[in-house]
Design a protein around this ligand. Structure first.
Ligand code: TPP
Ligand code: MG
Length: 671
């Protein structure tokens, strides 16, 4: 690569881009770890994007109508940190870059959305960013339909690497974006032909241009170091009616001894090679030193969007008070005041009517009353709409000619669905929920983990949540999933026992601001167990006494979801023998753990034996069975310790011993 020719062709551009390259080399050297090559290779694309196209104002990182920039190739985090510093984001003084990858710094190894404004999403697990971007772009379309072009009109830009495009989730994302003609989504592919193990050909020979075209994308191929070509390609991409992919031929670690090799992917810390690279750039400044003229050019870029923002503010101010209030409420993620009364009214009605329905149906009954009062909800299903019961009347189907539609047919793409929901939630003003079978949590799991890490209140509607789904058999019967979800930090896992608990769980999920929720729902019908109406949301306590012991309390039965009915029947058997038995419904262990110790002790006092019943593995139950200090109670567990089988649900419950008789036997054996 003739660096001298690049320098002399566009000297102004060159120095701005060189600032990114130099900061990257300096920060990686200071941390003695990180990834140098990608920011060095993509510095030209990023410079042109920020200088000429990206709509943003560094002084107002959260301006709602800003363009979104997503660094899907998150290992190249020094690219975004350099941009945020250079353009003058208050949270990114040079000290942050000097502290790259250190405890407490905003400049974590990979970009973390919760550490700083200007980082739209957490990336690092390859493929997530490009899949998030589909949700960002869908949210923009939906909000433009709802609030109008005057206040919602922005683009989503993504930088994705070879790794992002190899990950399977990228195919789900590309297919969705193409199908929905998300024309304001523009992806730059860092086409450097290098990954960690070597050249891309080691493991891939995909024609990426043909692949994107086949999914309905507008595709261009450019030299990713030619500023004029980059500018022209972005201009053309913005005009396209399809999502755009710009294949940018680049050189990883441009200008360094490791250029064009997989060595250039990682930390380039050799002092001599670093100095030589900088010399080649014509960059004669000390570590972390940016000459004043270059810094001021970058800061001007950081202010470029201010005029747009002021104009936007004027248009916003001119909206009716009602529209402004709606917009602001959605932006802040506040549930409307009506939500609580609506949930209470439904609970009262259900306690009186005591329907026997599957909790997936209960969830639909809740959504039917909630969706009309929460315009920000966007529902969906991964091709199981009729099974997940996530579609309610008058939501409308999101489509090319119905951008205001609030139901999304995700197709058979659980991972892409979950990642896109993250994007929607991160975009803001949209509250996404979607469903699949509980067992296919596995397919969505990488993005579900990120909902939790990124503190996004996405709602996962996971139906068919045990062997109770019956004949579809063990491939479809979750066994270990509740344990895995409960093991995930910052995740609320709800397993409601009836419609009343389902309504309470939904109310909690829809009022979260920083925590995702998983609703674990049955296929099979369940009786209403909450027959006495209570205004109070009992699920909010995580666990509570559903039926207390008659006489001296000798046994406490704990259960969730479909097994609460079984616990109640076991209580009848035990009480008939004069054994005082309490039943605790435990719809959300995480919320129960958050209660005061005194409350937890009132629900689970020492002295009685305990049996928990749940059609899943035991893992996660011991804290409540053994007692919080280890050996407070003699206890046992009735559940699954193998995969399920294909048969009618009642047969399976018998076969695996998840029956009232067995629960009662186990309790008696402990006495
Ligand atoms: C899901 C996932 N798998 C593996 C990794 C580890 N990893 C980080 S970067 C990388 C190679 C990426 O290649 P490419 O996207 O071409 O980046 P480049 O080397 O060009 O910077 C790998 C395997 C990861 N971050 N995420
Ligand atoms: Mg690469």
């Amino acid at each position: 690569m003739d660096i001298a020719a690049l320098r002399s062709a566009n000297p102004d551009h060159w120095m701005k881009a060189a600032a990114i390259r130099a900061l990257t080399l300096d920060a990686v050297a200071a941390a003695n770890s990180g990834h140098s090559g990608m920011p060095m290779g993509m510095a030209d694309v990023a410079t042109v994007l920020y200088e000429k196209h990206l709509k943003f104002d560094a002084a107002a990182p959260n301006w709602p109508d800003r363009d979104r920039f997503i660094l899907s190739a998150g290992h190249g985090s020094m690219l975004i940190y350099s941009l945020l510093h250079l353009t003058g984001y208050e949270q990114f003084p040079i000290e942050e870059l000097k502290n790259f990858r250190q405890l407490g710094a905003r400049t974590a190894g990979h970009p973390e959305n919760f550490l700083a404004d200007g980082i739209e999403t957490t990336t690092g697990p390859l493929g997530q960013g490009i899949a998030n971007s589909v949700g960002f772009a869908m949210a923009e379309e939906i909000l433009r339909a709802r609030h109008g072009k005057k206040v919602v009109d922005h683009h989503t830009y993504v930088i994705a690497g070879d790794g992002c495009l190899m990950e399977g989730v990228s195919q789900e994302a590309i297919a969705l974006a193409g199908r929905h003609e998300l024309s304001k989504l523009i992806v730059f592919w860092d086409n450097n032909n290098i990954t960690i193990d070597g050249t891309v050909e080691l493991s891939d020979r995909t024609d990426q241009v043909a692949r994107f075209k086949a999914s309905g994308w507008h595709v261009q191929e450019i030299d990713g170091h030619d500023p004029a070509a980059i500018d022209a390609a972005i201009t053309a991409a913005k005009k396209s009616k399809q999502p755009s992919m710009i294949a940018c031929k680049t050189h990883i670690a441009l200008g360094h001894a490791a250029q064009d090799t997989s060595k250039g992917h990682g930390a380039l810390t050799d002092a001599g090679q670093l100095a030589a690279a900088k010399e080649g750039y014509g960059w004669s400044y000390g570590p972390f030193e940016i000459p004043a003229d270059v810094k001021s050019q970058w800061e001007e870029i950081g202010r470029r969007g201010a005029a747009d923002r002021f104009a936007w503010q004027e248009r916003f101010d001119a909206l009716s008070d009602r529209k402004k209030a709606d917009f602001t409420r959605e932006l802040e993620g506040e549930a409307p005041k009506k939500l609580s009364a609506t949930i209470k009214a439904l609970k009262k009605q259900i306690s009186e009517e005591t329907p026997k329905v599957a909790t997936r149906k209960s969830s639909e009954m809740v959504l039917e009353v909630v969706n009309p009062i929460l315009p920000e909800t966007v529902g969906g299903s991964a091709d199981l709409t009729g099974s997940n019961n996530t579609k309610t009347a008058n939501l409308g189907i999101f489509d090319v000619d119905n951008r205001g539609g609030r139901f999304i047919h995700w197709g058979i793409r659980e991972h892409g669905m979950a990642a896109a929901m993250n994007g929607m939630a991160l975009h803001g003003m949209v509250r996404p929920y979607s469903g699949t079978f509980m067992c296919f949590t596995d397919y969505a799991r990488p993005a579900m983990r990120l909902s939790a890490l990124m503190q996004q209140p996405v709602v996962y509607v996971m139906t068919h949540d045990s062997i109770g789904l019956g004949e579809d058999g063990p491939t479809h019967q979750p066994v270990e999933h509740l344990a895995m979800l409960r093991a995930t930090p910052n995740t609320l896992v709800f397993r409601p026992a009836d419609t009343v608990e389902t309504a309470e769980a939904w109310e909690i999920a829809l009022t979260q601001k920083g925590t995702p929720s998983v609703l674990s729902l049955t296929r099979q019908n369940l009786p209403t167990v909450r027959v006495e109406h209570k205004q109070k949301n009992l699920v909010a306590q995580g666990g509570y006494v559903l039926a207390d012991a008659d006489g001296k309390r000798q046994v406490i039965l704990l259960a969730t979801g479909s097994e609460v009915e079984i616990a109640l029947a076991a209580r009848d058997l035990l009480q008939a023998e004069g054994i005082g038995t309490r039943v605790v419904s435990m719809p959300c262990m995480e919320l129960f753990a958050q209660q005061d110790e005194s409350y937890r002790k009132r629900v689970l006092p020492a002295g009685a034996v305990r049996v928990a019943v749940e059609a899943g593995v035991r893992q996660g139950w011991d804290r409540w069975l053994l007692g919080e200090r280890g050996r407070e109670a003699k206890s046992d567990f009735v559940g699954m310790d193998s995969f399920g089988a294909s048969a009618p649900a009642e047969v399976l419950y018998e076969k695996f011993g998840i029956t009232a008789a067995n629960v009662a036997e186990k309790a008696k054996a402990l006495l």
